[in-house]
Design a protein. Structure first.
Length: 455
């Protein structure tokens, strides 16, 4: 090589482990905590207590891990298909070089928890038969009075009264005022329905409330309200919420209307088209407060994440994740071995069954059964033969029996004193009593005279 050749710079060769470690530090320090929403898939909960899953949307997915300490604090019942909202920070699982999210907070997105309670109660009452179509009562065609169970100050009561006045102004209306949301609202609604049922001064009842979230409408999803609707002696029209809102009271009622206005249209006869006018104002102050609280929560989470970046616990969690992975592989290996041994055992059982003495034992049993049948037949024939012989002997014996002789008119005479059979008339003196046996019965006689004859 000539002295004028360029000198190559020294190479700095990194290991894969170092690269993954540096990438993890860059991601964890460069990105703050993030809020993500997606559907849970690939859920795994090993014995360590950590929770591993993927969050996905229509186009992508990302691996997530929730450490055991966080899993113990959350009330979320993880399952595949659950729509989840999480706060997480970006990290890297160094052994495989995969980036993942370390979740520190999780909750069900939207109204998931209330929706589960709703579906559970609906399924239980439906299985009980509370929603059976056979229980639904027809609405009166021309009601003489209409009862309305609703809030006296809400928009629903005004809409109901307006529609009733427009469609059938002659019908009187009785208001049963109740709160339609908040603590104790369900009990008061049930009490109002019971009162209307006892009075029976209305031909039909309208159970009404304006639209709102599932939480706002929850009083109409309580079991006490559903049972009060079903037990009411007056037909009930449920007009709760908007057209897309369904409550337990809707299923229990005799007729469900999409809105309170629609319930009023169903309650009275009219040919005019019904219109839904119910809208609720957005709670701007609550939304603003929630947004500001979320921003502060994000800021606190980001600061807490930076504080945890250099913590040795992160390394322990990485090793814990690796341990969980090895545990899953071991379980799969053990399960595979058990399946192989089970297959071999099944084959051995089949071979043993092929050589089992059962068929020979069955054949012997059948032979014994045949011999037993022959023995019974021979026994019956022998008994019949011997019975015939006994009958013949009985007839022969009867022929020579003294009783047969008596039956031909003969008699047997005996001394009355000692029962001695008399064969000679001279042996009986006059005046002695004798017994005479006939074929039928006996006679007592006294001898007056006797005469002996020679043979």
């Amino acid at each position: 090589m000539s002295s004028g050749a360029e000198t190559l710079p020294a190479r700095e060769v990194w290991t894969v482990s170092r690269l993954n470690r540096e990438v993890r530090v860059l991601l964890e320090s460069g990105l703050p905590s993030l809020w993500l929403e997606g559907e849970v898939s690939n859920l795994s909960r090993p014995a360590s207590g950590h929770v591993y899953f993927s969050l996905k949307d229509e186009q992508a997915q990302v691996r997530c891990v929730l450490w055991r300490s966080g899993a113990l604090r959350t009330a979320v019942a993880f399952r595949n298909g659950l729509q989840l909202l999480v706060r997480a920070r970006v990290s890297v699982y160094e052994p495989r070089g995969e980036y993942q999210l370390i979740v520190d907070y999780a909750e069900e997105a939207g109204e998931g928890a209330l929706r589960r309670r709703f579906e559970a109660l609906k399924a239980r009452l439906q299985a009980e038969g509370l929603f059976d179509q056979a229980l639904k009562r027809p609405l009166p065609r021309f009601p003489r009075r209409i009862g309305v169970v609703t809030s006296p100050s809400g928009a629903a009561v005004r809409d109901v009264l307006h529609v009733l006045a427009r469609r059938f102004p002659a019908v009187p209306v009785r208001i049963y005022p109740v709160p339609v949301q908040g603590e104790g609202a369900a009990e008061k609604i049930a009490a109002a329905l019971a009162l209307a049922s006892r009075r029976q001064d209305c031909d039909v009842l309208i159970l009404a409330r304006g639209g709102g979230s599932l939480e706002d409408l929850w009083a109409f999803n309580e079991e006490i309200v559903a049972r009060a609707v079903r037990a009411c002696a007056v037909p009930v029209i449920a007009g709760v919420g908007h057209e897309v809102d369904f409550t337990i009271a809707d299923f229990a009622s005799d007729c469900r209307a999409p809105t309170p206005s629609g319930a009023a249209e169903l309650a009275v006869p009219d040919a005019a088209e019904w219109t839904a006018r119910l809208q609720r104002d957005a709670r701007a102050l609550c939304a603003a407060a929630a947004g500001r609280l979320a921003r502060h929560r994000d800021r606190i989470g980001w600061l807490a994440g930076r504080l945890q970046q250099g913590h040795p616990g992160n390394r322990l969690k990485q090793h814990g994740q690796r341990l969980d992975e090895l545990e899953l592989r071991l379980r799969r290996a053990v399960a595979s071995g058990l399946e192989r041994r089970a297959g071999r055992l099944e084959r051995l059982c089949s071979r043993l069954a092929a050589r089992a003495p059962g068929p020979r034992v069955q054949a012997c049993r059948e032979a014994v059964a045949g011999l037993a049948g022959r023995l019974r037949s021979a026994t019956r024939q022998g008994l019949a033969l011997r019975r015939g012989r006994a009958d013949s002997a009985s007839r022969a014996l009867h022929a020579v029996s003294p009783l047969a002789t008596l039956g031909r008119g003969y008699a047997i005479a005996t001394r009355a004193a000692d029962g001695t059979i008399l064969r000679d008339a001279a042996a009986v003196p006059a005046g002695e009593d004798i017994d005479v046996r006939l074929a039928r019965g006996r006679l007592r006689a006294r001898v007056t005279s006797g005469r002996s004859t020679s043979r």
